[in-house]
Design a protein around this ligand. Structure first.
Ligand SMILES: Cc1cc2nc3c(=O)[nH]c(=O)nc-3n(C[C@H](O)[C@H](O)[C@H](O)COP(=O)(O)O)c2cc1C
Length: 290
């Protein structure tokens, strides 16, 4: 149970903690009185109360000195700057040979760990791969997974059976078959069309037992992708590697991902070889206003 306290000598009874707590840890019994901490057992340690209290009256054992920082609104980007960052981020698949400095990778992961997570579980864990031989083996295992899947889908009996078992998923995979075959052929010729020789791959994984751990990891990855772009680096979501991790345990075993974990994302990144000159329009959003 979290130890939360309100310093009654500082509290101005504004009720902000009561209104912002997502779990009804606080109750305002009377207007003008200090809120009561009625359900500390429900606290999810999101820190909203500590971050929002205008008087700094709340102490929480999970947020000791050094874990609470004042917000400097001067350095917050404008909506235009945020949108420009989002619109100018593109998948980068051509990298310079230059290795990425560890402190930059740490900043990228810093962005990832601040993504929202269901019930603030912060379930996502990270495995950073820089080692050339390990990257080569990831490409090899992914290519072999694509080859095996292609072989199964080219087999008419197996294909019919798989379609009966999971029609939508298999129909989707069938559309990608030419891509699988092309990638396998290129990798065999020594061209890396899986990781595109990215010098770094960050894997996002979490315990499968945690509710929404897949969504949490995906949100973390997108935060990471935007920080990557802001740092002048570039990357792409290595989807084929993720599929290989989910359907074949060779890559998770190679990376020593905990057994109960599932890999939910992989961001391949590095210094871009080229710079985009333009950003281009996307399809108009299909919106229904109700
Ligand atoms: C789930 C997912 C899987 C993806 N898998 C791959 C992949 O295996 N290889 C790749 O080069 N790009 C992959 N991408 C990147 C997409 O191709 C790319 O985001 C899309 O074409 C839009 O281009 P942009 O990222 O430049 O805006 C993937 C993206 C997502 C969201």
């Amino acid at each position: 149970m979290a130890l939360v306290e309100i310093d009654a000598t500082l509290c101005q009874s504004c009720g902000t903690c009561v209104a912002s707590c997502p779990e009804t840890v606080y109750v305002h019994q009377q207007k003008g009185s200090v809120p009561q901490i009625t359900h500390p057992d429900l606290c999810i340690s999101c820190g909203q109360c500590v971050a929002i209290c205008p008087e700094g009256a709340i102490t929480h054992e999970d947020f000791p000195l050094g874990t609470v920082s004042p917000i400097d609104r001067q350095v917050l980007p404008s909506a235009d700057q945020i949108l420009e960052t989002i619109k100018t981020r593109r998948s980068i698949r051509a990298f310079r040979k230059k290795p990425v400095e560890r402190d930059l990778i740490e900043r990228i992961i810093d962005g990832a760990r601040f993504a929202p997570s269901a019930h603030n579980v912060q379930s996502t864990e990270f495995t950073v791969v820089q080692d050339k031989e390990v990257r080569r083996r990831i490409v090899d295992f992914t290519s072999r997974y694509l080859e095996k899947t292609s072989r199964q889908l080219h087999n008419p009996i197996l294909r019919r059976l798989l379609l009966m078992l999971a029609r939508e998923a298999i129909e989707g995979a069938l559309e990608l078959l030419p891509d699988f075959d092309r990638i396998v052929k290129e990798v065999r010729k020594g061209k890396d069309t899986i990781l595109f020789d990215a010098p770094v791959v960050v894997f996002f994984h979490a315990s499968q037992r945690i509710d929404n751990s897949d969504v949490n990891a995906t949100l973390a990855l997108q935060n990471a992708a935007l920080v990557t772009h802001s740092l002048g680096l570039g990357g792409f979501y290595a989807g084929y590697v993720v599929s290989a991790c989910q359907r074949d345990d060779r890559i998770p075993r190679l990376l020593e991902v905990p057994r109960e974990h599932r890999v939910y994302g992989a961001l391949a990144l590095g210094y871009p070889k080229f710079k985009f000159k333009n950003w281009i329009e996307r399809r108009t959003a299909k919106i229904r206003w109700i």
